[in-house]
Design a protein around this ligand. Structure first.
Ligand SMILES: [Mn+2]
Length: 369
């Protein structure tokens, strides 16, 4: 009750633009008794800084780490299916002052709800910065800018490199290394900013660090506390080899991956333009490059059932010869089948309702010739 009263008052204030301060003061004077009661009961001062970032790869984790180093605050790490859920929860956080959203692309299915939630947050005066590099509908950027969300978006640099570039002055020297690792794992170390950062470091040193970090992220997807620990350690300027047991863990992961090669050789199927395979034990994203490579096709699809959600999590990869924009095709196709999806030209993902997976693959095969 009390909080809803405060909200409606602040809404009224924000509508009378230009005379904000005087209106606020006179309002407080008129309702002295109530406001004292309210503030003693529930101080609604907004102080919290939160970064919602992608938990599945090095770019998402590293973005969260650099935001933490620059601004402090806490990270909330999510995957694509969990993205809107996290936003829907944070919208009710009355302490939230500043929100960063990193490395989380939008799709036709999620973009309208995304704008809605951010509008509510902006009405509550939460400052929002959206930093990303996935393909985005230009009308979404316009809508976000209209509600004064700060949008940092460049499809040519990974998210962490953009975070680094935007907040360099608040970051230490080591942050450039964190950004370099993210660029490598997103295949973007050849871009203008990414390549300059890589030049600072020995290439092999950066490659092994990025790879070990990636294996630790991929192998700990079901341990949210460990992922948050990684964010803290990276924010604290630790190299991956300074974080205990990372190399030992990476060795276990490469062993699993080598077993995956044998499994893909056995279980992979092909259509005219793509190779595809259902993955039962590991994650789909770890298998998809093998599916593409070993199928000899220019597109690979790997999918894994998310039993609790009644959907398949789908990973799609294209070779250098793949001339279509897979992220755009997959966005439209998955949406038309009641799912969602999107991403980059040669690497993207989708969520597809379980009964529609066959249709998804046959349609994709048709659209990529
Ligand atoms: Mn990324």
């Amino acid at each position: 009750m009390a909080s809803s009263k405060t909200k409606s008052t602040s809404k009224k204030i924000s509508k009378t633009s230009g005379v904000k301060k005087t209106t606020k003061k006179s309002n407080i004077k008129k309702t002295t008794k109530t406001s004292i009661k309210l503030s003693s009961k529930k101080p609604t001062q907004r102080t919290k800084i939160v970064c919602i970032s992608h938990k599945e790869d090095c770019d998402g984790i590293s973005s969260a780490a650099l935001i933490r180093q620059a601004f402090g605050g806490d990270a909330i790490l999510v995957d694509y299916p969990g993205q809107m859920e996290a936003l829907n929860q944070i919208v009710h956080d009355e302490k939230l002052k500043s929100l960063f959203i990193c490395d989380l692309g939008l799709s036709k299915k999620t973009q309208d709800e995304f704008i809605d939630i951010l509008s509510t947050l902006r009405k509550n005066k939460v400052s929002i910065t959206y930093i990303d590099h996935h393909d985005i509908d230009p009308t979404v950027v316009k809508s976000l800018e209209k509600i004064k969300v700060k949008v940092i978006h460049d499809i040519n640099e990974c998210t962490t490199v953009q975070v680094y570039n935007a907040y360099k002055s608040k970051l230490n020297d080591h942050a450039s290394f964190v950004a370099t690792c993210a660029a490598i794992t997103d295949y973007m170390e050849d871009r203008p900013l990414g390549s300059k950062l890589l030049q600072i470091y020995d290439r092999q040193f950066a490659l092994i660090s990025a790879t070990v970090l990636t294996y630790n992220i991929v192998g700990h997807q079901k341990e949210p506390d460990y992922l948050l620990y990684l964010v803290e350690e990276l924010a604290d300027s630790k190299f991956p080899h300074d974080i205990p047991n990372t190399y030992e863990f990476a060795q276990i992961q490469v062993e699993k991956l080598s077993q995956m090669i044998a499994k893909v050789k056995k279980g992979m199927k092909t259509m005219k333009n793509l190779g595809y395979m259902e993955i039962l034990d590991a994650g789909a994203s770890g298998a998809v490059n093998f599916v593409m490579g070993l199928s000899g096709k220019d597109v690979g699809v790997a999918y894994k059932e998310r039993v609790d959600h009644g959907i398949y999590a789908v990973s799609v990869r294209g070779s250098k010869n793949c001339k279509v924009h897979l992220g755009k095709i997959v966005n439209i196709l998955a949406t038309s089948l009641g799912g969602s999806g999107g991403g980059h030209d040669k690497a993207c993902g989708a969520v597809v309702p379980k009964p529609k997976i066959k249709k998804f693959i046959t349609e994709l095969n048709k659209q990529i010739k």
